[in-house]
Structures are given as C-alpha cells and as structure tokens.
Design a protein around this ligand. Structure first.
Ligand code: ATP
Ligand code: F1X
Length: 316
C-alpha cells in the first residue's frame, strides 16, 4: 500500500476557454472538478490503476466536504484529519492550444495541534505501507521542517518515504535523507542552486544529491520524460504522445506509477517506465484527470541506461 500525505489539498477546478483574453469576460466551454493536491493525485492515480493507496488529508469547510465526496466517487480510501479552516480551491485555465494557467490559493491556516494530528495520522495509517509519500506545498501554519519531520518519523518506524515538494520545506526534507525525491527540472535546479540546461547537468545534480544520502532521485522533465538516478544506476525514459491536453498533475501521475512499480518489487527500469507512461497519459487527459489502464494503451516509451548527456532539455 502507498500512503500519501497532502497537507494542502485542493478542489481543482479546470475551466476550458478557446483563448484566454486577459482583462475580459471569458466564456468557458467546459468545466471539470477533481480532488487535487499532489498527494491526492498520487492516491487517485494508484487507485485508478487498481493499486492500493490511502490518502491522509486535512478536511475543513464546504470545500473540504466536497473533497471527501470527490475522493469517495473516485473510490480512494482516505483518513481525514478535521481542521477549523476551509480547504482551498485551485483554478486551472486551459486553452485550446494546450496552454495551462494555474491560480493556486495559499490554503487554510493550520494550528500546531492540527499539524501534529496530520503527522500522527500518517504514522498510524502507515503500519502496512510499502511507501509513504508527502507531496505539495505547505499551508500557512505548517512549519518549514514539516516534511523533514515526516521523513524522520517514517524512518523511525522502518518505512520508506518519498517527498515531492518545493522551496525551503523541500530543501529541509532533502537534508533528512528520504528514500526518494521527485523534483521537476526547475525544482532540481533550485535544490542545487544552478541552472541545468542539459540532461548531463540534471544527471550530475541528481548524483550529487544521491552522494549526500538520498536513495533515489527521479527528475521529471516534461516532454523530455524522466531520469532516475540511484547509487548504481542512471536511467532515462520518455514517452511520445500527440498534442498535450492538460499538464496538471502529470508529475504526480509519474510519481504514482514509479512508486506503484517499486512497491511491487519490479526493476527500477520497469518502475520508471511505468511512471513515464502514467505521466504521459495524464497529459492527454483534461484537468487533473488521472489515467485508467485503457488510457495507457498505445503510448510508446523509450528507455536507456546510457542517456545522451549532451541532450539540451526543453527542445521537444
Ligand atoms: N508533452 C509531454 N509528452 C510526453 N510526456 C510528457 C509530456 N509532458 C509531461 N510528460 C510526462 O509527465 C511527467 C511529468 O511531467 P512534468 O515534468 O511536467 O511534471 P511536473 O512539473 O512535476 O508537473 P505537475 O507539478 O503539474 O504535476 C514527465 O516525466 C513525462 O513522463
Ligand atoms: O500549490 P501546490 O501544493 O504546490 O500544488 C497544488 C496543485 O497545483 O498541484 C497539483 C498538480 O500537481 C494540483 O492538483 C494542485 O492544484
């Protein structure tokens, strides 16, 4: 089982317009609402593929009740931690040419006791977990070392833990040596504090982090796929799809596929293939929709243990 902790979940409202006209009244052609926030997306993706996941989340206000309803509809098992504030609602504006504009709210203020209750709930939910994964931004009130605390607690219980975050909380979590991190290109550059124009630069940065005590670094690279670096392996995989529909949550689906594979004990190469496939399939779907097995069919994935380090990123 994969236990996900989403300290700042959101109701994701995806609104499609032909072309966004700034400062004007735009008429939507389609609207979609999903339970969102990175950890909830991981749990939804694992569930949609027939895997076992449990989502731990803070729940408060009308948006919190809607989140629970959406998770129930998606048949995602959950452990809700009641909070006084109301969950946030994040809006994605999707244009016909595939451009996505997101507006993310900061989220509700958590009290120290609500923060402690979230971490406790995760520990108690994780008794049978193959992986615990903490994902996404922290809401106001959560301390910067929130994910570092999650890593320490998971390791004290003998559990493997993955983190996907950004900014200072991610840097603090990385210093606590999780078993896996899943930065995207930009987040990795932020972690090592320099730009990474080529695949070789990304691999070197990931290797630097592994040498500091991280188990695995999986870097998602958008249309350039993903690279997985461990102490012994460097693997690059990428999938080819037609025109992107919505990139929202693709990184979460990539992480979900990777962890789903690793939790079943397949090779790292097979797990990365699964991650890249789930991520690419997510891009072909509207809003934050997660792929089902049928959505994965017919998407080719190329994998290599000898990636072309000179490859310039962001050119596809
Ligand atoms: N245009 C694309 N073509 C093929 N695969 C794609 C494309 N865009 C994304 N992917 C797949 O989705 C994965 C995640 O994409 P990306 O690196 O953009 O994640 P992210 O920035 O973490 O996204 P988010 O934060 O929105 O979840 C990639 O590793 C790749 O497998
Ligand atoms: O504000 P955060 O926590 O960084 O990101 C939240 C979010 O943008 O991430 C998911 C996509 O990865 C969405 O479901 C959600 O709206």
């Amino acid at each position: 089982m994969i236990v996900t902790l989403t300290p700042n979940p959101s109701v994701d409202r995806a609104v499609t317009v032909a072309t966004l006209a700034h400062g004007e009244v735009n008429r939507a052609t389609h609207v979609r609402v999903d339970a969102g926030g990175k950890g909830l997306n991981v749990a939804r993706a694992v569930t949609a593929q027939g895997g076992s996941a449990l989502a731990v989340l803070p729940v408060g206000g009308p948006e919190g009740r809607l989140l629970e309803e959406l998770l129930d509809e998606a048949a995602v098992p959950r452990l809700s931690v009641p909070i006084a504030g109301a969950a946030r609602m994040n809006v994605s504006l999707l244009e016909a040419d595939g451009t996505t504009t997101k507006i993310n709210e900061p989220g509700p203020e958590l009290s120290p006791s609500e923060v402690a209750a979230l971490l406790d709930a995760t520990s108690s939910a994780a008794a049978d977990a193959a992986w615990i994964v903490g994902c996404g931004s922290l809401p106001p009130g959560a301390p910067t070392d929130f994910y570092a605390q999650l890593v320490a607690a998971a390791h004290a219980d003998g559990r493997r833990v993955a983190i996907d975050g950004s900014g200072e909380p991610f840097t603090a979590a990385v210093a606590a040596s999780p078993d896996l991190i899943k930065p995207n290109h930009e987040e990795l550059a932020e972690l090592v504090d320099h730009s990474l124009p080529t695949l070789g630069d990304v691999i070197a940065a990931a290797q630097e982090l592994v040498s500091q005590g991280l188990g695995m670094v999986a870097v998602s690279l958008g249309a350039d796929g993903a690279v997985l670096v461990t102490a012994d392996e460097v693997i690059h995989a990428r999938a080819t799809i037609g025109a992107p529909v919505s990139t929202v949550g693709a990184g979460d689906c990539m992480l979900a596929g990777l962890l789903h594979g690793l939790s079943r004990g397949v090779s790292t190469a097979q797990a990365l293939t699964e991650g890249v496939l789930w991520g690419a399939a997510a891009v072909t779907l509207p809003g934050s929709r997660v792929p089902t097995p049928a959505d994965l069919r017919g998407i080719p994935v190329d994998l290599t243990h000898s990636p072309s380090r000179a490859m310039a990123l962001g050119q596809r």
